[in-house]
Design a protein around this ligand. Structure first.
Ligand SMILES: [Zn+2]
Ligand SMILES: [Zn+2]
Length: 561
């Protein structure tokens, strides 16, 4: 430094920059953000400048690098197949690579920066999660949430998993049969770290990932499957889990595929955890810049976190967009902090996870009964021609017609599921023709601009019958509704889809029974498996004494085949 420079001013500026760099490092802990996102976050924290970012990186308190480098998107992990090379207005290159896979979160490109923060820290001063011994006994903690006996038992198992000390690091060595099992379970196995006996399989899964993806995958965190039937009240069960982590100074995330679930859950979490209010993140959410120890987010938002959470609760892991999306599976693994746990929440685990659970290789708990403690309606089979054939002929077999008439007579609203958009309106026309004076009938599907409006009218009972594709198989609950699935042998209706659709019936305590019909030209394997799964759950509920004594304890399975 020369004597001519204003010594104090320069020293003051340097100190200010150092402070800004430290503030930047703090604000970006546990994050993976594009430069613009990082700057917005820093501006909110009063530390926003490129110089602060650069100094923090030089000091080793965060990492800066190209968002796309060496043929891979560093934000989402996608490889060459997802990269598009085009002329770039930002850098002037004629072949600047940008990632198509994570485009929904802003463009990740070769000439843009990705800012990776240091791992988030749990506990005061980064001391880590406080040991569970400091908390009141689990049974005492569980009581405050007012859970049903079935919910309480499952939550207790999940809590024990969450508070168990970490297992020792994995032993190496490949076991061919287990490796085959894990291969069969992929991509779901990407979420799992198997119990110690079977770690060889995890290593095999890791090698598989390396072979197929040519980069080192994030190590999956230990997982627990909470398998709760439709209408079980799964949200309540995660409250004690979140409480365990939050009260020990940790950070928790609830990730769900659907934005409406985020919006619905946010006020409930706010009431349950007034001291650590949730930050709700989804595309365009107003809370994007905020930070909190409890985060509620749509699945894609996970890509903006790195080594951040001590507990990740994944809701509906089998639903779009999460199912089968390796990018999102890896995002889960990467957003977990060291020693974090993952709890998978679903009514319909994919067959691979069901198998691992059955074999005792995936810790899990089942909630086989709904909150109202009546058994699930068991679907009945009807033999019918294809839906479009019935629509073209303008008639349906009397068995189907009578079943619909019985549902209408008992005052039910009808969900009528069809496998394809092109079937929806013709089937609605057919029903209007056959039941001209039984209320309004509408059809909807993913391309229908009036879809939200129709769902509202169905909820308000202005619509009596709604013909729909699988878009309404989850999430929409209408008290007192019966379910008809036409072309139930279509490949669109797999076991999970059938169980979810059937799960629309009998949801309310006032009308807990409902009717579900699988109408098809032939009984497919998926139909049989769905019925079997529902019956097994009812049997488990009965055996555990979870059913109300007055409830119809065994609805025999009727078939017109
Ligand atoms: Zn990407
Ligand atoms: Zn560029």
């Amino acid at each position: 430094m020369t004597a001519a420079m204003p010594r104090h001013g320069s020293g003051g500026a340097a100190a200010a920059l150092a402070r800004a760099a430290c503030a930047a490092a703090r604000a970006l802990r546990g994050r993976a953000l594009l430069r613009g996102e990082a700057q917005a976050r820093l501006a909110a924290a009063g530390a926003g400048s490129d110089a602060a970012l650069q100094l923090a990186a030089l000091l080793g308190r965060l990492r800066l690098g190209g968002a796309v480098a060496a043929g891979r998107c560093r934000r989402c992990g996608s490889g060459e197949a997802q990269l598009l090379r085009t002329a770039c207005g930002a850098c002037g290159s004629s072949r600047c690579a940008s990632c198509q896979a994570c485009l929904a979160l802003g463009r990740s490109r070769e000439c843009g920066l990705l800012v990776l923060g240091m791992p988030a820290q749990a506990g005061r001063g980064g001391a880590g999660l406080a040991p569970p011994e400091q908390l009141p006994p689990a049974a005492e903690r569980l009581r405050r949430w007012g859970l049903s006996p079935a919910q309480s038992a499952a939550a207790a198992s999940a809590l024990a998993f969450l508070e168990r000390p970490l297992q020792p690091p994995p032993a190496r060595g490949l076991r061919p049969r287990l490796a085959a099992l894990v291969r069969a379970a992929l991509p779901s196995a990407g979420l799992l770290r198997l119990p110690p006996l079977h770690r060889g399989a995890t290593a095999a899964a890791g090698r598989l990932f390396r072979r197929t993806r040519r980069h080192k995958p994030a190590e999956p965190h230990p997982s627990f499957l909470l398998w709760a039937v439709t209408g079980a009240g799964k949200t309540e069960m995660i409250f004690p889990l979140l409480e365990s982590v939050l009260s020990r100074g940790g950070r928790a995330l609830v990730a769900t595929p659907r934005r409406d679930v985020v919006l619905e859950l946010e006020p409930r979490l706010r009431r349950a955890f007034p001291d650590t209010p949730p930050v709700a993140l989804y595309g365009g959410s107003p809370q994007r810049g905020e930070d909190g120890r409890l985060t509620l987010a749509t699945t894609h938002q996970l890509l903006r976190f790195r080594e951040s959470f001590d507990l990740i609760v994944l809701d509906e892991l089998d639903a779009f967009p999460f199912a089968g999306d390796a990018m999102l599976h890896e995002a889960v693994a990467r957003s977990g902090a060291a020693g974090s746990r993952t709890v998978l929440l679903t009514a319909t685990p994919p067959p691979s996870l069901q198998r691992l659970a059955r074999l005792g290789r995936l810790p899990h708990a089942k909630v086989p009964v709904r909150y109202h403690r009546h058994p699930l309606p068991v679907p009945r089979l009807l033999r019918t021609p294809p839906a479009l054939g019935m629509a073209a002929a303008g008639r349906m077999p009397s068995s189907l017609r009578q079943a619909m008439a019985r549902s209408l007579d008992r005052g039910a609203q009808l969900f009528v599921f069809v496998p394809a958009i092109r079937s929806a309106e013709p089937v609605a026309r057919l029903i209007r023709k056959l039941f001209p004076d039984r209320g309004e009938v509408a059809a909807t599907h993913s391309q229908d601009p009036e879809r939200a409006d129709k769902v509202v009218r169905f909820r308000q009972k202005q619509l009596r019958m709604l013909v729909t594709t699988t878009i309404l198989e989850r999430g929409v609950t209408i008290p007192g509704s019966d379910v008809f699935i036409l072309d139930a042998d279509s490949r669109i209706f797999d076991e999970a889809s059938l169980v979810q659709s059937a799960g629309r019936a009998g949801r309310s305590a006032a009308d807990p029974q409902g009717f579900v019909w699988f109408a098809a030209a032939s009984p497919s394997a998926s139909q049989k498996r769905a019925i079997r799964q529902i019956r097994l759950m009812n049997r488990a509920a009965r055996k555990a004494g979870y059913l109300l004594s007055g409830s119809a304890s065994s609805r025999r399975f009727h078939s017109t085949f």
